[in-house]
Design a protein around this ligand. Structure first.
Ligand SMILES: NC(=O)c1ccc[n+]([C@@H]2O[C@H](COP(=O)([O-])OP(=O)(O)OC[C@H]3O[C@@H](n4cnc5c(N)ncnc54)[C@H](O)[C@@H]3O)[C@@H](O)[C@H]2O)c1
Length: 104
């Protein structure tokens, strides 16, 4: 049975490349992302490369309730790799509001 890995921010730049590597190395990948800085079509691109379309959930990880439900649904995951964040430090330090959405 494949080991499950959760990749947060998995439709983003580093997350999607990481997803490809894990799938190609025999893991089951579950991606969670709010699509703030990425596009759902990356899942098709991952499928083109690996032959596998990873399970995906669109969740903002600053939403504690939805995040808890998500992680409870995937208690069998062996690891969580977190890439869900605003790309540049300057983006998250511009305003208090941006800082608050970059806390995951
Ligand atoms: N790209 C680089 O060269 C590089 C280098 C060093 C560090 N990093 C850091 O690695 C992380 C990922 O970088 P990246 O280049 O893949 O960025 P990216 O913007 O391509 O990917 C981040 C993903 O996280 C998602 N996201 C953001 N906030 C979220 C939230 N609250 N809930 C759910 N999803 C959320 C975005 O929609 C996006 O898909 C960032 O923290 C970045 O600062 C990147």
């Amino acid at each position: 049975m494949k080991q499950k890995i959760i990749i947060t921010g998995g439709t983003g730049y580093i997350g999607s490349h990481t997803a490809v590597e894990f799938i190609q190395n025999g893991f089951e990948v579950v991606i969670v992302d709010n699509l703030r800085n990425s596009d759902i079509s990356i899942l098709d691109r991952i499928e083109e490369i690996t032959g596998v379309k990873p399970e995906f959930e669109e969740i903002d990880l600053t939403d504690n309730k939805k995040s808890s439900l998500f992680f409870n649904r995937h208690k069998d995951a062996k690891a969580v790799i977190n890439f869900a964040a605003l790309k540049a430090l300057t983006d998250s330090s511009k305003t208090v509001q941006l800082s608050s959405v970059n806390k995951c």
